[in-house]
Design a protein around this ligand. Structure first.
Ligand SMILES: [Cu+2]
Length: 499
């Protein structure tokens, strides 16, 4: 493998934080559900680009949606549908190592395939980016997004079976905001005071190219997780941002393959979390540190008023992420941080029509290394076993005997976390008995909103309550550690019509 870059040799805070441009409409098209109505139409091309991640590095090759990675940010409003033609304009060869042992990426499949999933969207199955609905270079898919859901930060990314981890690592992702009047009425910081912070770590070589590692076994190149040496924010390494001494709204997305961030400004600088994956929390939650796993989003309000003239560094564990330079000018901040945001009524457990026990399983090879992960001990190709009824509510009990946290994502739906409880894995594995080792722990206040991705912690039972609403048809649920998802911690599920 080529040598990795020593990022500590680079100057920090020499590049301004880039803000992805807003996606531009390419006209209007008839609505597929109501041809008398015309809806905004976008054409977005997945293509190869080069981009400088740092002032002192050579340009890096990426694949992106449009001319930059991350791709353009969609801005839309609840109830305002739109159409996107996702075009595969990628080269014919992959520049990252495709593992032909992985399901769906066998040697009879084209190396370059893409399909786009809008994470967090309530979308019909034929526009949800089913992993087998990939297209090859030269083809495109027209997807319809009704946006009939609360204001939230969603994100779009590649979801192609067996190579999703490579395509997202290459840069195929971007942000998608839905706004609504309830959010507008809160007078939160907006326009230039509201910024996406799209985080992903990448392994960079000394000549600043993406390195996707492989195992030492050429027969099985898959690695169980990829962690980078460089944390990029909106595509830059160690960026800075000039801010005014006032409130800012930061929309954080963890778009990493495997890394969980623990973000803080150091010195216990307080901030508030006002929203989670699927929109606003009931009330702002004061924090000094934020844990965020792949796939999750956090809506933060940071008040720089008390830091006039200071420089604050955002860190994650030992990593420097970015710098905020607070100007010393006096400014008038007319935005608010209201004490109440949006009601999130807790769903009573009695509402659940069914409870499913679902295991998160890891399998090791003879050398003791991780070789594969499954959901409920089932491969992707096995018959569908989860068939919730449209309009019903279910409890999904996620049993995690592994040593990893798995961020579990369900397509189509939003859910609430009921609790997490430590249990004894061996008893469950041998006798299928759930023996708890401690009391159930309710979700932290900053998780007590609508979620679409939940951290299932090691040796814990994590319970979520899920109303299945929107559409019938085939969707997927999976771990959002992309190496796990590809091999093959992902399962189809069917939403079925009430009998
Ligand atoms: Cu996982």
């Amino acid at each position: 493998m080529p040598a990795a870059l020593d990022v500590n040799t680079l100057a920090q805070f020499v590049d301004p934080l880039p803000i992805p441009q807003i996606a531009r409409r390419d006209g209007f098209r008839p609505s597929p559900t109501d041809p008398k109505r015309s809806v905004p139409f976008y054409r977005i091309k997945a293509q190869a680009i080069v981009s400088k991640v740092h002032r002192d590095l050579k340009p890096t090759r990426f694949w992106s949606f449009g001319p930059s990675a991350p791709g353009p940010t969609f801005e839309t409003r609840a109830g305002e549908p739109l159409l996107v033609e996702w075009v595969n304009a990628l080269p014919k060869e992959h520049f990252l190592p495709v593992d032909r042992n992985i399901h769906g990426a066998e040697s009879d499949k084209p190396a370059v395939r893409t399909v786009v999933h809008l994470h967090g969207a309530k979308t019909a199955p034929d526009s949800d980016g089913y992993p087998e609905d990939w297209i090859v270079p030269g083809k495109s898919s027209l997807y319809y997004y009704p946006n009939e859901q609360d204001a939230a930060m969603l994100w779009y990314h590649d979801h192609a079976l067996g190579i999703n981890r490579l395509n997202v690592y290459a840069g195929l992702l971007g942000a998608f905001f839905i706004r609504d009047s309830a959010e507008n009425a809160l007078n939160l910081p907006k326009d230039k005071y509201e910024l996406p912070l799209i985080l992903y770590d990448r392994l960079l070589t000394r000549d600043a190219q993406l390195l996707y590692p492989v195992s030492t076994d050429p027969q099985a190149p898959w690695v169980p997780e990829v962690f980078g040496n460089a944390i990029l924010v909106n595509g830059k390494l160690f960026p800075y941002l000039d801010v005014e001494p006032r409130k800012y709204r930061l929309r954080v997305l963890n778009g990493s393959n495997a890394r969980t961030y623990h973000l803080s400004f150091g010195n216990n600088v307080p901030f508030h979390q006002i929203g989670t994956d699927q929109g606003l929390l009931p009330a702002p939650v004061p924090l000094t540190a934020l844990e965020i796993s792949p796939g999750e989003r956090a809506d933060l309000v940071v008040d720089f008023t008390e830091h006039r003239g200071a420089q604050l560094v955002l860190k994650s564990d030992a990593f420097v992420v970015m710098q905020f330079r607070v100007t010393s000018a006096k400014v008038a901040d007319t935005s608010s941080l209201p004490p109440a945001l949006r009601p999130v009524p807790r769903i009573p457990e009695s509402q659940a029509a069914q409870t499913r026990l679902l295991t998160l399983d890891e399998y090791v090879n003879k050398a003791g290394n991780s070789a594969m992960l499954l959901l409920n001990a089932s491969h992707w190709k096995e018959p569908v076993t989860e068939k919730p009824v449209l309009g019903s509510t279910e409890i999904w009990t996620l049993i995690n005997p592994t040593n990893d946290t798995h961020p579990i994502h369900l397509h189509l739906v939003r859910f609430q976390i009921l609790d997490r409880q430590p249990y004894e894995p061996w008893l469950f594995q041998t006798k299928r008995q759930l023996h708890f080792m401690g009391p159930p722990q309710p979700p932290a206040p900053n998780e007590a909103g609508w979620k679409d991705t939940v951290r299932a912690y090691s040796r814990m039972v994590t319970r979520i309550i899920v109303p299945f609403a929107g559409f019938t048809g085939r969707y997927v649920w999976h771990c959002h550690i992309l190496e796990h998802e590809d091999n093959e911690m992902m399962r189809p599920y069917d939403v079925i019509a009430a009998g």
